[in-house]
Design a protein around this ligand. Structure first.
Ligand code: MTE
Ligand code: MO
Length: 363
């Protein structure tokens, strides 16, 4: 039996983007803490939530390894664990703002959140199974399955699966997690065990993880090549590549689009910025449609793989008018956000500067 509801539905504030499968968005305008409460964390499912049982749960690690393993939930809970904060952003976040429109869940700003994750380091598990010399990637397979709704699609029922290069899989931040914000995972966030791949878009953090399959060639599964992939050109030949690192992005949480803001007052503009590539070192805000820019103040320190919230005290104009607010982040490599969506990514990796238009109103 599969569940298609949020446990206890403790989160009436989430925006429903789909019921079957369940897809829920965090109302980004309510951002007010570094960690997103679990009940407010976005949910991105491709199939119904599988009903897994702690007693019969098993994680198998197999393929190109010397010592294949099958571990129970208790085996995993007995291993040394780590806790770290990480921001997860769905690769399709902000898709609803694209013009012309594209297919896919119409996320606005809230398919992103930050939680503190507790789990076993994947590198510790890999040390136990000993990948063979020729091992190349690690495929995470979830227990959720179903048929893909639109062509091109594989025949029959398939499981959700995504791979990581072995070099990333061996990084200390990659966790086989059992807790989120200090509590056991909830069904919608991957109970009992999920992968957490800090720095990558959310699709890599496979929920309801039941198998880690070590392979010798690049994995070409559906969510690796058809979905969550993009066309690039190398040596004038187009080739398909899986999405990986979450790219630099900042979003304004408040004011919301079309909000009425009082004239001649000080309004605290708030948002967050993140990147899976390099540290976010600056966020600049423009309140005049991009003519002038001023640095915002960070509310959070630099923590690897986690967002930094920021704020900016905006002295609003004395007269009623329309204002176009824009935020743009810069990372430690000197990169900033582009002005336009990079069309190669189609409905993914939407990280260009997204303006927020507000009305400044008199008294
Ligand atoms: N097994 C499984 N894992 C999955 C998915 C899924 O549908 N099935 N969705 C992925 C996607 S696209 C995202 S963005 C994240 C979302 O994690 P969350 O629902 O805990 O926020 O889970 C990823 N892991
Ligand atoms: Mo996603």
């Amino acid at each position: 039996m599969a569940i298609d509801q949020v446990s206890g539905l403790s989160s009436p504030g989430l925006i429903v983007r789909g019921e079957k499968p369940l897809n829920l968005e965090f109302p980004f305008g309510s951002l007010d803490s570094f960690l997103t409460p679990t009940a407010a964390f976005y949910v991105r499912n491709h199939f119904a939530i599988p009903d897994l049982d702690k007693k019969s749960y098993e994680l198998s690690i197999d393929g190109a390894v010397e010592i294949p393993l099958a571990l129970s939930y208790d085996d995993l809970r007995c291993m040394p664990s780590e806790t770290l904060p990480a921001t997860l952003e769905c690769a399709g976040n902000s898709r609803a703002f694209l013009e012309p429109t594209v297919d896919g869940v119409p996320w606005e700003r809230g398919a992103v959140g930050t939680a503190e994750w507790t789990g076993i380091r994947l590198c510790d598990l890999l040390d136990r199974v000993r990948p063979l010399q020729q091992a190349y990637e690690v495929v995470f397979e979830g227990a959720d399955r179903g048929t893909v709704p639109k062509p091109p699609r594989p025949v029959g029922s398939i499981a959700y699966a995504r791979s990581l290069p072995l070099s990333k899989a061996r990084q200390a931040e990659v966790l086989i997690a059992f807790q989120m914000n200090g509590q056991d995972l909830t069904p919608e966030h991957g109970w009992p065990i999920r992968a957490i791949v800090p720095g990558y878009y959310g699709m890599a953090s496979v929920k309801w993880l039941t198998r880690i399959h070590v392979v010798e060639c690049p994995f070409t599964g559906y969510w690796q090549t058809t979905e969550y992939a993009y066309w690039d050109t190398h040596a004038s030949l187009p080739s398909r590549h899986p999405l990986r690192e979450a790219m630099l992005k900042s979003l304004i949480a408040r004011p919301s689009p079309k909000e009425q803001v009082p004239a001649a007052s000080v309004y605290e503009v708030v948002g967050a910025a993140w990147s899976g590539v390099a540290e976010v070192v600056d966020v600049e805000l423009s309140v005049d449609g991009g003519h002038s820019w001023r640095s915002a103040e960070f509310l959070d320190p630099v923590r690897p793989f986690a967002w930094r919230r920021w704020r900016y005290a905006w002295r609003t104009p004395d007269q009623p008018m329309h204002c176009k607010l824009m935020a743009r982040a810069r990372d430690a490599n000197g990169c900033t956000q582009p002005e336009e969506h990079d069309r190669r990514y189609e409905g993914y990796s939407i990280r260009h500067v997204l303006p927020v238009n507000v009305f400044v109103t008199g008294h």
